[in-house]
Design a protein around this ligand. Structure first.
Ligand SMILES: NC(=O)c1ccc[n+]([C@@H]2O[C@H](COP(=O)([O-])OP(=O)(O)OC[C@H]3O[C@@H](n4cnc5c(N)ncnc54)[C@H](OP(=O)(O)O)[C@@H]3O)[C@@H](O)[C@H]2O)c1
Length: 295
């Protein structure tokens, strides 16, 4: 059962329905709002899923800072996440919940492990961190996946924004002093489904908890954009491509503080489940054309 199935990760998981025999039940915000605890309880009891995935969230980081948006952001990213964990626990189902690198302040360059202390810089990160805590408290059978810089052929994301700008501008200024791991939503979706398999295949599954999952290698936004540009050129996807100009975060107009380093240490998920990082370069090289047309 997928909540937030209209988002980029939700759609990528739904696209993989049938993978390893897993049937997905996608529910968009219009079909089930995670702020509606009674509705959630009813749906989980009726559908009796083996696993509930919470892919729902308010992810617009800029909007989250606005005073008029804050209560919705907290309702969805904190209380809503708790509702999902509570409803699944009541029905005896485990929950997989998605979290973010933005729970960290990004000071320093060492990759963050699951044991590092979060210290979010912005409202989105604070609400997501509270969501993580509430999920863990409400359902002991939880897997929380902390990811970063997610992109897909769907919705709004950095890759699609770059492609749009590359189609119409002569020069694009891109931040070069924030580093992280771009993550293909398709790889994340496959990882979620492999975790569903692990939960059902392993008798008395006991590896509940928090795991980082992201793409490697870590790069700056500017280097990420350069890789996209290089692929656009080599694939002949656009007739003309603009110049990219590296800038600092201070030069980028934004009301949101973001971590300078979003590097995540992925050793736990590899050692416990044998799962490798997202190969974001492969996704860009092989599937970029598909990103130009989709909605
Ligand atoms: N995007 C990133 O770079 C990133 C990085 C790290 C972690 N994450 C986390 O990964 C998860 C998935 O992110 P994403 O990129 O797939 O986000 P997304 O594309 O913004 O999708 C989120 C979905 O949640 C839905 N939603 C919002 N409020 C809801 C509610 N009350 N009830 C049910 N659905 C609701 C949204 O519907 P509407 O569009 O109709 O509002 C949207 O379809 C989130 O937990 C996010 O915090 C994202």
């Amino acid at each position: 059962m997928i909540l937030g199935a209209g988002g980029q990760v939700g759609r990528c998981v739904s696209d993989l329905s049938g993978f390893r025999g897993i049937e997905c039940i996608p529910l968009t915000r219009g079909e089930l709002d995670i702020c509606d605890l009674a509705g959630l309880r009813e749906a989980v009891a009726e559908l009796a899923p083996d696993v509930v995935l919470n892919a729902a969230a308010c992810t617009d980081v800029e909007r989250a800072e606005r005073p008029e948006s804050r209560s919705e952001v907290w309702s969805v990213n904190a209380s809503g996440a708790e509702n999902v964990a509570r409803a699944s626990a009541d029905a005896g189902a485990p929950v997989i919940h998605l979290s973010t690198d933005y729970v960290f302040d990004g000071i320093g360059t060492a990759p963050y492990s699951e044991d590092d202390t979060p210290s979010p810089l912005n409202v989105y990160g604070m609400a997501k961190l509270e969501g993580d805590r509430l999920v863990a408290a409400a359902n002991p059978r939880h897997l929380i996946l902390r990811s970063s810089w997610i992109f897909s052929p769907y919705s709004r994301n950095f890759v699609r924004t770059m492609l749009r700008l590359m189609g119409g501008q002569r020069e694009i200024r891109v931040v070069d002093d924030q580093v992280g791991g771009p993550t293909s939503a398709s790889d994340l979706a496959r990882t979620v489904l492999l975790l569903c398999c692990a939960i059902s295949d392993v008798h008395d599954f006991g590896a509940w908890g928090l795991y980082n999952y992201a793409g490697k290698p870590d790069v700056s936004w500017f280097s990420f954009a350069s890789f996209i540009r290089q692929t656009v050129v080599s694939e002949g996807l656009l007739r003309e491509v603009p110049d990219l100009v590296p800038i600092s975060s201070r030069e980028y107009p934004s009301g949101v503080r973001r971590p300078s380093s979003s590097r995540l240490d992925l050793s736990r998920i590899r050692s416990v489940f044998g799962l490798p990082p997202s190969d974001w370069q492969h996704e860009i090289r092989c599937h970029l054309a598909a990103y130009l047309g989709q909605g």
